[in-house]
Structures are given as C-alpha cells and as structure tokens.
Design a protein around this ligand. Structure first.
Ligand code: FEO
Length: 177
C-alpha cells in the first residue's frame, strides 16, 4: 500500500488536534462540575475526556502506520465557566455535531483521494459519532427535565448520582486510580 498522501495526512493531523481539543474542553467541563459540587457530572465528563484522547490517538497511530508524519498542532484554551449544567451539556451536544461534520468532511476528502484505507479507518468514527450524538442528546433531555420538574434541584442530584456510575474505559489513557 502506498504511503498516505500529504494532503490527507495534514487533514488527519488537524483531526487529531480537534479530538484533543474535545478532550481538553470536556476536561474543563469536568473541572467546572467538580467546582460546583456535581461530582457525578464531573465523572461523566472526565470519562468523555478520556475517550476523546483515545480518538485522537487512534488517528495519530493511523497516520504513523501509513508512513505519514504526525505533526502535533496547537490546542486552544477551552472556556472556564458555564452558567448552568444545562448550558454545559447543550454545548457538548453542539460540539459533537460539529465534530460529526469534521469527520464527514474527512470521509469526503478520503473518497476524493481514492484513499480506501483512510475511508475504512474513518468508518469507525462515523459510527462513533452516531453514538456520541445520541448520548449527548439524551443527557441534554435529562438535564432539561430535571431543571423543569417540580423536584428541581433534587432531580439534578439524583441525575448526578447516576452519572457518577459511568465507568472509565480501561486503556492507555486511563487515570490508573
Ligand atoms: Fe471524538 Fe466526541 O468525538
């Protein structure tokens, strides 16, 4: 198989940056939840941050396996404060939709380049984005319900307890504790 083309490698390096930014953004959200006494939400976001790092590494490893040069690009500082839990999870959902758009653009590029190996690798991400968007949409609905119900803050704490049970996936970037 021919080495990966320069244009494709550059676009994949950009995607590594986007996945690592997602990780950074979700870790910032986790820190925000830790600081606002919602440890379950903080756990959920932290697990999400770990998954994003794994997404980035998957593409990074692919670029190298294809004989390309993995170039690490600058990662922007994520926001620091959010007005409410609902605002955070709505931002997660809109961010995931944006990432889906980036993945689809890469699929189009790979097709244009007739790069079948990259097309195949990206299929995993196409499927993953369906799941990521569904998870984000579900949590937005739950927080919206908790925020609008009669139980108010009580419902939010029950949700927080449930989110605290999301296990970390074991992998090369697990926290080890
Ligand atoms: Fe790696 Fe949440 O997309």
């Amino acid at each position: 198989m021919a080495a990966i083309g320069e244009k494709m490698a550059r676009a994949l390096n950009e995607q590594v940056r986007a996945e690592l930014y997602s990780s950074y953004l979700y870790l910032a959200m986790s820190a925000h939840f830790s600081a606002t006494n919602l440890p379950g939400f903080a756990n959920w976001m932290r697990v999400q941050a770990q998954e994003e790092l794994m997404h980035g590494m998957k593409i990074y490893d692919f670029v190298i396996a294809r004989g390309g040069r993995a170039e690490l690009l600058a990662i922007e500082k994520p926001p620091f404060e959010w007005a409410s839990p609902l605002q955070v999870v709505e931002e997660v959902y809109s961010h995931e939709k944006k990432v889906t758009g980036l993945i689809h653009a890469l699929v189009d590029l790979a097709a244009g380049e007739k790069d079948h190996a990259t097309t195949n690798m990206l299929q995993w991400f196409v499927d993953e984005q369906v799941e990521e968007e569904a998870n984000a949409r579900e949590i937005v609905e739950k927080v919206r319900m908790a925020a609008s119900g009669d139980e108010g803050i009580g419902a939010l704490y029950i949700l927080d307890r449930d989110l605290g049970m999301r296990p970390a996936k074991l992998g090369p970037v697990a926290s080890g504790d």
